[in-house]
Design a protein around this ligand. Structure first.
Ligand code: RB5
Length: 144
């Protein structure tokens, strides 16, 4: 799968490791930065990942900031993006199964890296359930 990944300074270290993990799982990874722990602005990186998904260069996106919240707020400004802040296995699974989320947002100050790896795998491997959930996602699309 083609996956775009980005982070701000708070998520930089975890993002670097998650990009390595994705590659080791055989995914084609586009790392949009940031590439150092120097302070930066999360909207810049959320925009890059959102555009990668909207432009179909990536099938899924991953964003890491302090909480995941800022990244999700920015990414959800883009038509066609369904970015979800995920904190545990249940929200990871349901974000895909029910919401057909295409960008996973996680918080480096909330979730340990080992948990992030598990949530990432669930996010990538869980299929959208369709059915009544497709009707609901279609209602979201109509609002855009
Ligand atoms: C940066 O300090 C922090 O505000 C940012 O990483 C993120 O948590 C915003 O939502």
């Amino acid at each position: 799968m083609r996956v775009a990944i980005g982070a701000d300074h708070a998520g930089f270290e975890d993002k670097r490791r998650l990009a390595e993990v994705l590659s080791s799982w055989g995914h084609d990874v586009e790392d949009v930065g940031t590439f150092s722990s120097e302070s930066c602005d999360y909207p810049d990186f959320a925009e890059r990942v959102a555009r990668a998904v909207v432009d179909q260069r990536a099938e899924r996106g991953v964003l890491v900031c302090g909480t995941g919240i800022g990244m999700s707020i920015v990414a959800n400004k883009f038509k066609g993006v369904r970015a979800a802040v995920v904190t545990d296995a249940f929200t990871a699974e349901v974000s895909r199964g029910h919401n057909d989320a295409n960008i996973l947002c996680m918080g480096a100050r909330v979730t340990p890296l080992s948990d992030m790896e598990r949530l990432l795998r669930i996010f990538l491997e869980t299929a959208f359930e369709g059915g009544r959930h497709a009707r609901r996602v279609e209602k979201i699309n109509k609002l855009e």
